[in-house]
Design a protein around this ligand. Sequence first.
Ligand SMILES: Cc1cc2nc3c(=O)[nH]c(=O)nc-3n(C[C@H](O)[C@H](O)[C@H](O)COP(=O)(O)OP(=O)(O)OC[C@H]3O[C@@H](n4cnc5c(N)ncnc54)[C@H](O)[C@@H]3O)c2cc1C
Length: 487
Amino acid sequence: MIIIGAGLGGLSAALRLAGAGRTVTVLEQAHGPGGRAGQAQQDGFTFDTGPTVLTMPQLIADALACVGEEIGDWLDLIPVEPAYRATFADGSALDVHTDVAQMAEAIRAFSGGADAAGYLRMVEFLRKLYDAERHDFIDRNIDSPLGLVTPSLAKLAAMGAFRRMDSKIASFLSDERVRRVFTFQALYAGVSPQQALAIYAVIAYLDTVGGVSFPRGGMHEVPLAMAGAAAKHGVDFRYGQRAEAIEIANGRAVAVRTASGERFAADAVIVNGDAPGAMRDLLPPDLVPARRLRRLQYSPSCVVLHVGSSGAMPDPAHHTISFGGAWTRTFTELIDRGELMSDPSLLITNPTHSDPALAPPGEHSYFVLFPAPNLEKAPLDWSVIGPRYRDEMIAVLDARGYGAIGQGSRSELLVTPGDWAAQGMAAGTPFAAAHTFAQTGPFRLSTAPTPIENLAFCGSHIQPGVGVPMVLLSGRLAAERLIGAVD
Ligand SMILES: Cc1cc2nc3c(=O)[nH]c(=O)nc-3n(C[C@H](O)[C@H](O)[C@H](O)COP(=O)(O)OP(=O)(O)OC[C@H]3O[C@@H](n4cnc5c(N)ncnc54)[C@H](O)[C@@H]3O)c2cc1C
């Protein structure tokens, strides 16, 4: 079997197939595994260029277990506590603890007993939501809307899961600042808390209650571990091999041709590349779902400034979310109007807080993420505005009390929507198709989006969706489909 792409989705599929005794070759255009979960080494600093918030590591453990490997032998996961530090425009701050009792106490001290009690009720709601969603809606292939009609659907409707996320969370929490802490995650799914259905509050459950961890050595250790375990169990990784076409004969995928002129015969193929581009590049035109691809709505993108610095943040935490004063307006700017944020909310990740070895002794590394509109909403020329925006980011950090980051800057790497586009990501966003209702569950591209039954897709555009946990599941679902198709 051939897998095109060694992103987390492809690696998850490779482990599942190898565990089922299949012969697997992975063709990856880059010189190592990870895709978006990449890493840059610069001036003695190690920068993770992709995900920073790791939730549900049990899904990595599940993937490794397919080939009989233990996660503890491959990754040293450090719990991130607090999961986040939230800071607000009025100067207040709230640490987000995953221990529910500790968090209820923190909320009592921050905004009073009614919110603390409401938080406990909300956690109960999120727990039930997660239980109802996981097996029927997230963890399986859904080929038609009828596949949604399960007892869990009625349960979800009765719980209010199809109300808007912000009003549902507001029914538990009165303080607007606390509400933000449990609704900003809608942006991970490419929608605003005002538009999102409450079913997406499950994302807040994963990080604020399920917990956040960090692999010693950086997030890139995750794909390295998965690829290492897969190779140990016989998966053949061919790096520097760009797939150019999937050969179809008699209604089946029979081979993959690469830019180097090689032809890899296949009894089945999984594609892990960014689906819109990968479909157009690799499939014969009659198999490309062109109309569907044209209508995709994409998530907002982001600008990331990596800074290696001698400056220490005051009161450092692994993840700090600095909320601006504006809230609804921020989403309107990013999603509806395609504008840069006028009063930014941003994420500062400080990996050296958990693992000082990621910077030279006594120095620090920072990952500063500003959400930005995608290139379809705002076709900006980032090669021109990027350097100016970098200065703006540093000025915002300065104004929010984090001036030490820029003042001590020794090494920087700026990554913009223009760079994501250059890496082949549709609309210049690394967060794929948005999780609007019309692009979720059975309405999202399935792992089998073509009639070719030995050809599957996985990754963030595909069911169940975007983010590390979802693409790991997507790889597994794609593999399961193929094992069925070639048995
Ligand atoms: C800045 C940033 C921050 C993020 N933050 C978080 C976070 O905090 N938490 C979280 O859960 N998620 C986060 N994400 C999202 C998460 O990283 C992605 O959803 C996930 O890594 C995507 O994995 P994937 O399997 O879809 O594929 P990708 O990572 O896109 O991998 C696809 C692979 O296929 C290869 N490929 C493509 N075409 C070809 C071809 N023709 N031939 C050969 N190889 C090919 C590519 O080189 C690539 O290696 C973040 C992403 C970014 C970029």
